[in-house]
Design a protein around this ligand. Structure first.
Ligand SMILES: *[C@@H]1O[C@H](CO)[C@@H](O)[C@H](O)[C@H]1NC(C)=O
Ligand SMILES: *[C@@H]1O[C@H](CO)[C@@H](O)[C@H](O)[C@H]1NC(C)=O
Ligand SMILES: *[C@@H]1O[C@H](CO)[C@@H](O)[C@H](O)[C@H]1NC(C)=O
Length: 226
């Protein structure tokens, strides 16, 4: 929603500056024919003119792609991705979350992400970032046990305090009161979502219980732990 809206806003601004502002500018310079044609004003500060944005790629994601793709190979590597993503405390994203996201958005099967995958990844990270800030109620820049509990229950997951404790201990930093940075929050929520989907495929009656064979269980874990 937001990117489309901002793109629309940008376009309106450019039309305004291009046609409405552009014409008086030309007239002031004393011309029937402007020194600079209107398309110049339309293009000069316009995102779509900064490069050839492939169809379906968000312009903001595209300009980010170009700065992240340090070696200009046209694909983002694990290393490039890791350097590009930072938490609220300026630490770079942890390796597990980066690998998970590469696995999710690598549609080329090369272990790298092209511009289309990157555009999807960008939207994914933006959405989680919004959620993260929304659930970080005390604005500490990290998610506490209580905040995670609230976040997950609002997302429709009913987990016991013990299970939340276990998640915090596994994914938070080693301390008496572990907290989650954005990277771990994304990892936890995504894995939970994926494992829940896998379980629901087996829990056909939606009873919260499923019968699984050992083989099923291992298959589920192997395919769903991204
Ligand atoms: C990099 O991406 C391009 C498309 O932008 C693709 O054609 C090429 O095969 C990729 N190269 C590598 C080494 O993955
Ligand atoms: C940021 O938070 C992480 C995880 O809690 C921690 O391991 C890291 O040391 C922190 N980094 C900085 C620069 O404060
Ligand atoms: C999490 O936020 C609290 C509250 O601001 C702060 O005291 C703590 O240092 C933060 N933890 C990490 C690992 O950044």
């Amino acid at each position: 929603m937001l990117p489309t809206k901002s793109l629309l806003l940008i376009s309106i601004l450019h039309l305004y500056y291009g046609f409405v502002k552009g014409i008086p500018y030309a007239e002031k310079r004393g011309g029937g024919s402007p020194d600079l044609p209107n398309w110049f004003f339309l293009c000069a500060f316009s995102v779509p003119c900064t490069g050839n944005i492939p169809t379906g790629v968000d312009p903001e994601a595209f300009s980010w792609f170009q700065s992240v793709d340090a070696d200009r190979s046209g694909n983002i590597t694990f290393k490039e991705l890791k350097q590009a993503l930072v938490n609220t405390n300026w630490s770079t994203f942890n390796d597990e979350t980066c690998v998970m996201m590469i696995n999710m958005f690598d549609k080329t099967g090369t272990g790298k992400i092209d511009v289309f995958g990157f555009s999807a990844l960008w939207r994914f990270v933006q959405q989680w970032k919004t959620m993260f800030h929304q659930f970080d109620r005390d604005r500490s820049g990290n998610i506490s046990h209580g905040e995670l509990h609230q976040a997950l229950s609002q997302m429709g997951y009913t987990l016991s305090p013990q299970l939340i404790q276990l998640i915090m201990a596994r994914y938070g930093q080693r301390s008496a009161n572990p907290t989650l940075q954005l990277d771990r929050f994304i990892q936890v929520c995504t894995q939970l979502q994926s494992m829940t989907e896998a379980f629901r495929e087996k829990d056909t009656g939606r009873s919260g219980n499923a019968r699984l064979s050992y083989e099923d269980f291992l298959t589920m874990t192997a395919t769903r732990l991204i």
